[in-house]
Ligand binder design. Structure first.
Ligand SMILES: *Cc1c(COP(=O)(O)O)cnc(C)c1O
Length: 388
């Protein structure tokens, strides 16, 4: 089976991890801060807080921005459930903004319309989480302008997008957001096994997220709420978690970060080849946008003249041919848990129409030209079988 995504681990990655195993620190050692520094250098952000997953990163980002009961968080339905669940973890209400039918990202027009309505009935969101779907940045300048006007905070869910650029700056620089989150799960662009990070330019937010990562404990006597008991003292001043990342993971992350640029170039080469190879087929290839240089986590096509039944047939034929195609994403509001909260099919028609026709083709740095041809041949056959 050719999978849809896969990590690329070379000898330098293996050596880096093994070296940590022989060192004094397996976790909470020097590599965590080194990894954070390297991420700041890459993104141009002032601070980075590395944690054990992007899901944890989203959770502490929401808490640091003060999300709680009575607040609302809005995100896109075309995402992984984690982008919405973080709001529920904080006791907030979650709602969605429909997508743009060309970029498959959150529609800025739909966002603006929803904000206008929300302003009238006093239900404006506290946080909006745009997701850079497939690695291409949302229109952050426009979303930021709306944030100024309507007074919400922005967390960029850039789980797909490390190595991508927006208006010629690295995604994660937080020029148009409060916090950016990246994921280092193995299917993403670079990996630490499990892992994630928050970047920000706000020191207060960074300090808070560092504290929330480790139980809400501080050793900074200036923050103590009671007199220090001695040099051993640490004080828990709020409720945090164990969301720590290990030195072993950060060793891998540091090594992978060195290979990031090469990974992105390889992904672009593969996307260019797909664009050409798929030209004769009845499929819509991913759009390109001059404002953003995609990290190309995913290569998603849409089938023409499509409905859910036809897409399912193509999906099944591809899987039967040994091609690990996938679907990104089942609209979050149609998940049973969200339907039980009152959402229903039909609520976000663009995301649902997109979902009925989308198909993610294999895309990862080590995918060979020959494998790529195998994918396209299988798709050609599958489309023929289904139409005949
Ligand atoms: C993968 C992903 C996450 C969750 O990342 P983890 O590191 O697995 O917690 C969140 N949002 C999006 C858009 C993702 O693709």
């Amino acid at each position: 089976m050719i999978p849809y995504g896969k990590q690329s681990i070379d000898q330098s990655d293996i050596d880096a991890v093994v070296e940590t195993l022989r060192s004094d620190w397996l976790t909470q050692g020097p590599l965590v801060e080194q990894f954070e520094q390297a991420l700041c250098k890459h993104t141009g952000s002032a601070h980075a807080v590395a944690v054990n997953s992007a899901t944890s990163a989203l959770h502490i980002a929401c808490l640091a921005l003060g999300l709680g009961e009575g607040d609302s968080l809005w995100t896109t339905p075309n995402t992984f459930v984690a982008s919405a669940n973080c709001g529920l973890y904080c006791g907030a209400k979650v709602d969605f903004v429909d997508i743009d039918p060309v970029s498959y990202n959150m529609s800025v027009t739909a966002l603006e319309q929803k904000l206008q309505l929300a302003e009238k009935d006093n239900s404006l969101p506290k946080i909006v989480i745009p997701v850079h779907f497939s690695g291409a940045s949302c229109d952050m300048r426009a979303i930021h302008a709306l944030a100024q006007q309507y007074g919400f905070k922005i967390i960029e869910d850039a789980s797909h997008a490390i190595g991508g650029r927006y208006l010629d700056k690295p995604v994660g620089c937080c020029e148009y957001s409060d916090i950016t989150v990246f994921s280092f799960h193995p299917v993403k662009i670079i990996t630490t096994g499990e892992g994630g990070v928050c970047t920000t330019n706000d020191k207060t937010l960074a300090d808070r997220m560092h504290r929330l990562r480790s139980h809400g404990i501080t050793r900074d006597t200036d923050l103590f709420t009671q007199a220090p008991q001695g040099a051993w003292d640490y004080q828990q001043i709020e409720l945090g978690f164990n969301y720590r990342i290990t030195d072993m993971q950060c060793a891998l992350g540091l090594s992978q970060l060195k290979r990031l640029e090469e990974f992105i170039e390889l992904r672009h080469g593969l996307a260019d080849s797909y664009d050409v190879l798929l030209e004769p087929l009845d499929v819509i290839t991913p759009s390109r946008n001059n404002d953003s240089y995609s990290a190309l986590h995913l290569y998603v096509i849409k089938l023409e003249q499509c409905d859910a039944h036809r897409r399912r047939q193509v999906f099944d034929a591809m899987r039967a041919a040994g091609i690990g195609v996938n679907i990104h994403y089942i609209p979050v509001h149609t998940q049973p848990y969200y339907q039980a909260m009152g959402f229903k099919p039909g609520d976000f028609p663009q995301a649902e129409a997109y979902y009925a026709c989308c198909l993610s083709l294999p895309m990862y740095p080590d995918l060979s030209t020959q494998q790529q041809q195998t994918v396209v041949d299988a798709l050609t056959d599958a489309l023929q079988q289904v139409t005949s």
